[in-house]
Design a protein around this ligand. Structure first.
Ligand code: ZN
Length: 135
């Protein structure tokens, strides 16, 4: 079965200001702003009628991946997230194919999910998140 795109992550300087701006131009259902301290981010999801969610990401502190990304590239698309039913199996399969991951093993993500990031070198410079949602 093909994967489903779960969300597109966008790095922003100020999540509240960005949320207001998106809300001025587009119509969506807003999730709760969630702080994921282990990953150094504040995140909120925007849900549209169809298609993937948009995830806005603000850095919590200067030595965090989002801060470093913005320092290097400016605000913008940070990653694409694919949903998978069995993350451990998927990671094992991909490791066999030589895929490099940012983390050694899956870590906790938003809403009690488990996630892992594939290094951008694997797919055309795009950071790919794989996500297994909480049962
Ligand atoms: Zn994400």
């Amino acid at each position: 079965m093909a994967e489903k795109i779960h969300h597109i992550g966008i790095a922003v300087n100020d999540i509240q200001k960005s949320l207001n701006r998106w809300g001025q131009y587009l119509t969506f259902k807003k999730g709760d702003i969630e702080e994921i301290k282990t990953r150094g981010v504040k995140a909120v999801t925007l849900e549209f009628d169809e298609g993937p969610l948009i995830e806005l990401l603000e850095a919590l502190g200067s030595e965090t991946p989002i801060r470093k990304f913005i320092d290097k590239h400016g605000e913008g698309i940070h990653h694409i997230c694919f949903k998978t039913d069995d993350l451990d199996l998927k990671v094992r399969e991909l490791k066999k194919k030589g895929v490099r991951f940012v983390q050694e093993n899956p870590v906790s993500g938003a809403g009690g999910s488990r996630i892992i990031f594939m290094h951008p070198d694997n797919l055309n410079g795009v950071l790919i998140e794989l996500k297994e949602e909480k049962e």
